[in-house]
Design a protein around this ligand. Structure first.
Ligand code: IDP
Ligand code: MG
Length: 153
């Protein structure tokens, strides 16, 4: 099983899409292992978007990510990192496929509703960045044998 980080950005909070987005992950069969609301600090944003710090639009992203508290969550499943990236859709909401979260709910590059970890390695780093070990829960997903076949588990 993989675990991945999703952030419901201020664009999701302000547009009252948090429930809708969480519902999509739940209905897919992913297991919710952690969830909390938090206000992102300057330091956390600089670490999280380190690959964009030198880009001219970085101050705008930072302001946007701090506009409201965000909801961070951890989702678990087989190949969960790619499954969640596919559910999110490509970065630009105008280009994202209809049916994806960004494709259905956004028309912006920046205000694109969610963050989703892009690799297994980054997912582990990001989960560690946003959650303490005691905030991520191990519990039995009772429908597991109806979500996956026995040879997939
Ligand atoms: P991703 O979120 O699809 O992984 P990244 O390239 O990692 O995309 O960028 C992180 C976030 O920074 C994007 O989700 C988007 O909110 C914002 N962003 C990326 N590129 C641009 C840009 O060219 N203009 C404004 N915001 C951008
Ligand atoms: Mg990214």
């Amino acid at each position: 099983m993989e675990r991945t980080l999703v952030i419901l950005k201020p664009s999701a909070i302000q547009r009252a899409l948090a429930g809708e987005v969480i519902r999509r992950f739940e209905r897919k069969g992913l297991k919710l292992c952690a969830i909390k609301m938090m206000q992102l600090s300057d330091e956390l944003i600089q670490q999280h978007y380190a690959h964009l710090v030198d880009r001219p639009f970085f101050p705008r992203i930072k302001e946007s990510m701090q506009a409201t508290p965000v909801i961070v969550c951890c989702w678990e499943g087989i190949e969960a990192v790619q499954v969640v990236r596919d559910l999110a859709g490509t970065t630009n909401g105008r280009k994202a496929a209809p049916g994806s979260i960004r494709g259905d709910f956004g028309v912006s590059v920046q205000e694109n509703i969610i963050h989703a970890s892009d690799t297994v390695e980054n997912a582990a780093i990001e989960l560690n960045r946003f959650f303490g070990a005691d905030e991520i829960f191990d519990y039995q997903q009772s429908a597991l044998n109806f979500i996956y076949a026995s040879d997939e588990l």
